[in-house]
Design a protein around this ligand. Structure first.
Ligand SMILES: *[C@@H]1O[C@H](CO)[C@@H](O)[C@H](O)[C@H]1NC(C)=O
Ligand SMILES: *[C@@H]1O[C@H](CO)[C@@H](O)[C@H](O)[C@H]1NC(C)=O
Ligand SMILES: *[C@@H]1O[C@H](CO)[C@@H](O)[C@H](O)[C@H]1NC(C)=O
Ligand SMILES: *[C@@H]1O[C@H](CO)[C@@H](O)[C@H](O)[C@H]1NC(C)=O
Ligand SMILES: *[C@@H]1O[C@H](CO)[C@@H](O)[C@H](O)[C@H]1NC(C)=O
Ligand SMILES: *[C@@H]1O[C@H](CO)[C@@H](O)[C@H](O)[C@H]1NC(C)=O
Ligand SMILES: *[C@@H]1O[C@H](CO)[C@@H](O)[C@H](O)[C@H]1NC(C)=O
Ligand SMILES: *[C@@H]1O[C@H](CO)[C@@H](O)[C@H](O)[C@H]1NC(C)=O
Ligand SMILES: *[C@@H]1O[C@H](CO)[C@@H](O)[C@H](O)[C@H]1NC(C)=O
Ligand SMILES: *[C@@H]1O[C@H](CO)[C@@H](O)[C@H](O)[C@H]1NC(C)=O
Ligand SMILES: *[C@@H]1O[C@H](CO)[C@@H](O)[C@H](O)[C@H]1NC(C)=O
Ligand SMILES: *[C@@H]1O[C@H](CO)[C@@H](O)[C@H](O)[C@H]1NC(C)=O
Ligand SMILES: [Ca+2]
Length: 576
C-alpha cells in the first residue's frame, strides 16, 4: 500500500501528458483548419475560401527519398486550401503537408516546380515535413496541380494571359509563402507574443523551381530566412532559346548524330577527363580542366556500339569528324550571325540532350528533332501561337536565335528573366542562400549559375577586391558546383559522383545555428560508393584530389576560373 501515492502521481502525470500533447487526429480536421484560416487581409486583394478546403491525417508514410532529401517515414496533415483574387473569377489551390504537433519545429517550407510546372505534385513535400516544417506548394491558379503554365498561357492565338504569366513568374509563390506562413502560425498556435516565437521560413527547389526561388529572394527580402536553390532556369529567354541551339547548329552544319554517337562522344570525354581531377572514379569533377586540356577531335574514329532499340537498328560505327564539329560548336555557345557571343554553354562531359536527332526508318538516316522545350517557348511565349512546338526550323539562323533571345528578354524582363543582381534587402534581413548546380548539367548550363553569382558579387561589392568580395558574399550566399552531377539529380553516366541530398538540413543549421557550410555534404546515390558522403567545394574554389584520389582539397585556380567567364558581347546591355 505504501506504493499508492506513487501510482497516483504517475497517473496524474500520464493524464496531464495526454491533455497537453495534441495529436494529428485532434487538429487535422476541416473544422479545425477552417477555424485557423488566415484572415482575409493577410494578403490584400485575396479572399481565402472557407468552403473549398480539405484536411485529413496520413500516418506512417515511408519514402525512399529523392535527390534532395533522404529516406524518411512521416505522419502529416494533408491540407488543401483555395483562394481567389478579388475582382477575378479565379481559384488558386495550395497544398500543405503539416507535421504532427509533437514533431513541428517552428518551420515553414515553400517548394516549387520544374519544366513548365509551378509545383512538382507531392514529390517534394516530405523533404520539409521530415525536418518539422510545414511544406507548401501552389497550383498557380492554373486549374489543377498538374496543369502546366504552357497549357493556360494563351487565352487565344495572339492573346497572352498576363495574370497567369505573372503568377508563374513570381506572384503565386509570394502568395503561397505569405499565406503559408500565416496559416502555419495559426494552426500551431504561434499567435501569442509572435515576436518572441520565431517561425523559420525556407525555400527548396531545383530547375524551374530554382528560378521561382530566386524570383522570391530577389523581390521579397524578408520572406525566407533561407533558400536552397538548385540549377535555376534563370535568364529565361536565353535559357529556353538555348534549347534550340544544338538543333540550329546541326541544321547549319548539315549533320545529325545518332543517340549512340552522342553518348559515345560523351563517354569518351568522361574517360579522357576523369583523371584530371586527381581521382579515377568515372566522375569529371573538373570540367574546366577538361575544357582546357581535352580536344574533342581526339575522339574522331573511335568505335561505338549500341544494340538495336525499337525501330532503330544496331549502331556499330566510329565517331565522325562532322559529329565532333557539331559538338565543338555547341560547346562554344550561342553566337549570332556575326560570331558575337549570345550565350554561354554546357560543360564538356555533360550529355547533349538538346542535340537529340530522330531516326527515319524509311531513309535509314538521322534527321532534325526540334527540341520541344525550346520550340514551345518560341511558339507560345514569343509568337503567341497555341501550338506545342515549332513545325520547322526553315529560315532559322543563328541570328534568328539572337532575335528570339532579345525579344523574350524584353517581353519578360520583369517576370521570367529572374536575374536581378542586387539582393540587398534579402541580405539585410539576414537571409542565406545555398545555391548548387551539377557540373555536368545537360539542360541548364552550369556556367549560367556561375554567371549570376558573379553578377551579384560585382553588383553588391563593387569596391571590394576579388578575394574580399567572395569572402563577403560567402557569408550569406554560397554556390556549390556538384562534381559529375546532371540536371537536378545524379548522373547515370557518372554514377560515382555525390549529390547534395541533405542541403535543407545544412541550410537549417546555417540559419538557425550559424553553422556556415564551408563545404557542402554530398551523398553518393548510386554506384560502388553508394551512401558515402563526399564534400563539395564552395565557388570559386575547385576540387582536386591527392594521394591517388583519397584526399580532396578545395583550391583556387585562376586559369581554370577564366574558362567560366563568358563575355556576352552580342548585347550592348549587361546580361546579369
Ligand atoms: C476547390 O476548387 C477547385 C478549383 O476550382 C476544384 O477543382 C475543387 O474541386 C474544389 N474543391 C472543393 C473541396 O470544393
Ligand atoms: C508503419 O509501417 C510499417 C510498414 O510500412 C509497419 O511495420 C509499422 O508497424 C507501422 N507503424 C505504425 C505505428 O503503424
Ligand atoms: C490529400 O488531399 C487531397 C485533396 O482532398 C486528396 O485528393 C488526396 O488524396 C489526399 N492525400 C492523401 C494521401 O490522403
Ligand atoms: C492557332 O494557330 C495555330 C498555328 O497557326 C493553328 O494551327 C491553330 O488552329 C490556331 N488555333 C485557333 C483556335 O485558331
Ligand atoms: C491550439 O490551441 C487550441 C485551443 O487551446 C487547441 O484546441 C489546439 O489543439 C491547439 N493546436 C495545436 C496544434 O496544438
Ligand atoms: C556510355 O557509358 C555507359 C556506362 O557508363 C554505357 O552504359 C553506355 O553503353 C555507353 N554508351 C556508348 C555509346 O558506348
Ligand atoms: C582541336 O584540334 C584541332 C585539330 O588538331 C584544331 O584544329 C583545333 O583548333 C583544336 N581545338 C582547340 C579548342 O584547341
Ligand atoms: C562492329 O563492326 C566491326 C567491323 O565493322 C566488327 O568487327 C565488330 O564485331 C562489330 N561489333 C559488334 C558488337 O557487332
Ligand atoms: C524519311 O525519309 C523519306 C525517304 O527519304 C522521306 O521521303 C521522308 O520525308 C522522311 N521523313 C521525315 C519525317 O523526314
Ligand atoms: C523561308 O523564306 C523564304 C524566302 O523568304 C519564304 O519563301 C518561305 O516561306 C520561308 N519559310 C518559312 C517556313 O517561313
Ligand atoms: C556532413 O557529413 C558528415 C559525415 O557524414 C557529418 O558528420 C556532418 O554532420 C555532415 N554535416 C552536415 C552539415 O550535414
Ligand atoms: C590508385 O587508386 C586506384 C583506384 O582508384 C587503384 O586501382 C590503384 O591501385 C591505386 N594505386 C595505388 C598506387 O594505390
Ligand atoms: Ca574523377
Amino acid at each position: 500500500m505504501g506504493c499508492l501515492p506513487l501510482v497516483i502521481i504517475l497517473g496524474a502525470t500520464l493524464v496531464q501528458a495526454v491533455t497537453t500533447s495534441t495529436t494529428l487526429d485532434d487538429v487535422c480536421t476541416p473544422a479545425y483548419v477552417r477555424s485557423k484560416l488566415p484572415v482575409d487581409n493577410v494578403y490584400p486583394g485575396i479572399t481565402i475560401s472557407h468552403t473549398n478546403l480539405s484536411a485529413n491525417p496520413v500516418y506512417n508514410v515511408s519514402t525512399s527519398g529523392s535527390a534532395v532529401y533522404p529516406a524518411t517515414t512521416i505522419d502529416y496533415c494533408n491540407v488543401t486550401l483555395a483562394y481567389s483574387h478579388n475582382g477575378r473569377d479565379d481559384t488558386v489551390q495550395m497544398r500543405f503537408w503539416l507535421p504532427s504537433p509533437d514533431k513541428f519545429a517552428n518551420r515553414y517550407l515553400s517548394t516549387g516546380g520544374a519544366d513548365y510546372y509551378v509545383n512538382q505534385g507531392t514529390q517534394q513535400l516530405p523533404g520539409g515535413v521530415m525536418y518539422g516544417a510545414v511544406s507548401g506548394s501552389t497550383d498557380g491558379g492554373f486549374g489543377g496541380f498538374d496543369v502546366g503554365v504552357d497549357e493556360i498561357l494563351l487565352l487565344a492565338n495572339g492573346t497572352l494571359d498576363w495574370q497567369n504569366l505573372y503568377m508563374f513568374g513570381y506572384e503565386a509563390h509570394h502568395e503561397l509563402a505569405t499565406i503559408g506562413k500565416r496559416f502555419t502560425r495559426n494552426f500551431f498556435n504561434m499567435t501569442v507574443n509572435e515576436e518572441d516565437q520565431k517561425l523559420y521560413s525556407y525555400y527548396q527547389s531545383c530547375s524551374e523551381g530554382g528560378r521561382e526561388g530566386w524570383s522570391q529572394v530577389q523581390r521579397y527580402g524578408d520572406q525566407f530566412d533561407g533558400a536552397v536553390i538548385g540549377a535555376p532556369a534563370i535568364r529565361y529567354s536565353f535559357q529556353m532559346t538555348m534549347h534550340l541551339w544544338a538543333n540550329v547548329v546541326e541544321k547549319t552544319l548539315g549533320y545529325y548524330p545518332s543517340q549512340c554517337e552522342i553518348e559515345a562522344i560523351v563517354n569518351e570525354t568522361i574517360t579522357a577527363c576523369d583523371g584530371m581531377d586527381g581521382r579515377m572514379d568515372g566522375v569529371v569533377s573538373r570540367s574546366d580542366l577538361c575544357k582546357m586540356q581535352f580536344n574533342l577531335t581526339e575522339t574522331i574514329g573511335k568505335g561505338y556500339y549500341c544494340a538495336a532499340d525499337g525501330d532503330v537498328p544496331v549502331q556499330n560505327s566510329t565517331i565522325s569528324a562532322q559529329a565532333v564539329e557539331v559538338f565543338e560548336k555547341i560547346l562554344d555557345g550561342m553566337t549570332d550571325d556575326d560570331g558575337k557571343q549570345v550565350y554561354l554553354s554546357y560543360q564538356p562531359g555533360a550529355l547533349f540532350w538538346d542535340a537529340q536527332a530522330t531516326y527515319n526508318t524509311t531513309s535509314g538516316n538521322w534527321g532534325l528533332d526540334i527540341n520541344s522545350m525550346g520550340g514551345e517557348f518560341v511558339t507560345k511565349f514569343l509568337q503567341l501561337l497555341d501550338i506545342d512546338n515549332l513545325p520547322t526550323l526553315e529560315n532559322v539562323t543563328y541570328g534568328t536565335l539572337k532575335e528570339w533571345v532579345q525579344h523574350g528578354w524584353q517581353m519578360y524582363e520583369d517576370s521570367l528573366h529572374t536575374t536581378w543582381p542586387d539582393l540587398t534587402p534579402f541580405h539585410e534581413a539576414g537571409g542565406k542562400v545555398l545555391h548548387y548546380h551539377g557540373e555536368q548539367d545537360g539542360s541548364i548550363p552550369t556556367a549560367s549559375s556561375v554567371h549570376y553569382y558573379d553578377s551579384v558579387r560585382r553588383t553588391m561589392y563593387p569596391t571590394l577586391g576579388y578575394n574580399a568580395s567572395h569572402e563577403a558574399l560567402g557569408q550569406w550566399y554560397r554556390l556549390f558546383l556538384v562534381p559529375g552531377a546532371s540536371h537536378c539529380m545524379n548522373n547515370d553516366l557518372q554514377p560515382n559522383g555525390p549529390f547534395p541530398q541533405t542541403s535543407l538540413q545544412t541550410l537549417i543549421e546555417w540559419v538557425e545555428q550559424g553553422v556556415v557550410p564551408v563545404r557542402l555534404n554530398g551523398t553518393v546515390l548510386s554506384g560502388v560508393f553508394e551512401g558515402e558522403t563526399q564534400e563539395i567545394c564552395a565557388w570559386p574554389l575547385r576540387p582536386m584530389w591527392y594521394e591517388n584520389g583519397t584526399r580532396m582539397e578545395c583550391e583556387y585556380d585562376q586559369k581554370s576560373l577564366k574558362t567560366w567567364e563568358w563575355d556576352l558581347d552580342a548585347f550592348d546591355l549587361p546580361v546579369y
